[in-house]
Design a protein around this ligand. Structure first.
Ligand code: NDP
Ligand code: MG
Length: 383
């Protein structure tokens, strides 16, 4: 069995991906936790710090950071705060891999800092590649670090590509989507959807933002853009696969299709991103094929779930359009969860922001953050 020490920092250790990463670390003591971070959930962060004993803990909310410092005063764990604190966690000296499990564009800057500090990236935060893909992938190759996907679909594609010796033999990517809780619903049936309805995902238990995004197919749109940066092709076909067993596929030039299958459980892609190119045993999540009598594949309904088409537009136009798509969605989901806009208003808000904001080709980091601000401003003005 693979026994080498794996030293990691987890950005966003209190979230869905973060806590599952720690579950894996609990099962494999060879995984050492060097730094962890949260935004404001310091109760859980304190428990994690006491159990895993990282050298550094970052809290982006300044007030909460002060409280945590007091709580951890009896330990020698260093508590840091704000954006700089998160960057310190991303560049903590001992770690060789950084798990980016924060939500939203807040992942972009620390991921860039981690890459500059020559850390490999186990990338859950898809927003990093959606907004800054051209910068992040260039930096990764300049610094000789790898970006290994944690997102289940991208992990499946990555695994399916392991035997591929020549990238030009890849015809296209078949990206599967669960279809979310509103598969087959008409637009009229979506008018009165509440946050509680949209937070009820059939197959996956995830953070609030990605769960809402899964229901609108915005998540699939973000994943299409993420796949372009990870695998260098925009020949990507989305297929709705309700059972979430086939996690995605690669079609080659001879029409061979290679897929990765498994139960819907993020622990496998997280673990593989940490141990790649090796594998470690996993308990309790064997796929029982006899439980699945039908594996179905459907075209996505891009009339009702038109945010997916907006994502393909953003991918085609490139520049800052993917940032507009992402940031308008982040703001719109925030408003929807506070009951300030309707469910269908999320995708409408993205369309409005994409129409209003002019594109910038090859944007700098400053252009990306300015676009993020503008897109949010437009969406907040719609409530
Ligand atoms: P969660 O909402 O569960 O967790 C988010 C984490 O980020 C928490 O630790 C949270 O801290 C922290 N955080 C929140 N806001 C900020 C901020 N402004 N600055 C710094 N840290 C912040 O998210 P998920 O774990 O579901 O998702 C994380 C990322 O992984 C997302 O990009 C998502 O798209 C991606 N992903 C998630 C999957 C899943 O199964 N959950 C599957 C595939 C991809 P606190 O707890 O204090 O708020
Ligand atoms: Mg996914």
């Amino acid at each position: 069995m693979y026994r080498e020490e794996i030293k990691i920092a987890i950005l966003g250790s209190t979230g869905s991906i973060g806590t599952q990463t720690l579950e894996i670390a609990r099962a494999y003591p060879q995984i050492k936790i060097c730094a962890i971070s949260a935004h404001s959930n310091i109760d859980l962060l304190e428990k994690q710090a006491r159990e895993f004993k990282p050298r550094l803990v970052a809290v982006t909310n300044e007030e909460k950071a002060k409280d945590l410092k007091i709580k951890l005063a009896d330990t020698d764990i260093k508590v840091v705060s704000g954006r700089e604190g998160l960057n310190a966690a991303a560049t903590v000296q001992e770690a060789n891999t950084v798990v980016t499990a924060v939500v939203g564009i807040s992942g972009l800057e620390p991921t860039i800092e981690a890459i500059k500090a020559k850390k490999n990236i186990a990338l859950a935060n898809k927003e990093t590649l959606v907004t800054g893909g051209h910068i992040v992938t260039r930096l990764a190759s300049e610094n000789g670090v790898s970006i290994i996907p944690v997102d289940s679909e991208h992990s499946a594609i990555f695994q399916s590509l392991q035997g591929c010796r020549n990238k030009s033999e890849v015809k296209r990517i078949l990206l599967t989507a669960s279809g979310g809780p509103f598969f087959c619903k008409t637009r009229e049936e979506l008018i009165n959807i509440t946050p509680a309805d949209a937070l009820n995902h059939p197959n996956w238990n995830m953070g609030a933002k990605v769960t809402i995004d899964s229901s609108t197919l915005v998540n699939k749109g973000l994943e299409v853009i993420e796949a372009k940066w990870l695998f260098g092709t925009d020949n990507i076909k989305v297929l709705v696969h309700r059972q979430s067993v086939v996690h995605s596929m690669v079609e080659f030039c001879d029409n061979a299709v290679i897929a990765q299958l498994g139960v819907p459980d993020m622990k496998l892609p997280i673990q593989y991103a940490l141990t790649y190119p090796h594998r470690l045993p996993m308990i309790n999540n064997e796929l029982d094929f006899t439980k699945y009598h039908n594996l179905t594949f459907d075209e996505p309904d891009t009339d009702t779930f038109f945010a997916l088409s907006l994502a393909f537009d953003a991918l085609k136009q490139s520049g800052v359009k993917p940032t507009v798509f992402n940031s308008a969605d982040e703001a719109a989901v925030e408003l929807f969860l506070k009951d300030k806009i309707s469910y269908l208003g999320i995708s409408e808000a993205i369309r409005t922001a994409m129409d209003k904001i002019k594109n910038i080709e090859s944007p700098t980091i400053d252009d990306i953050f300015e676009t993020d601000r503008l897109a949010r401003e437009i969406v907040y003005s719609l409530q």
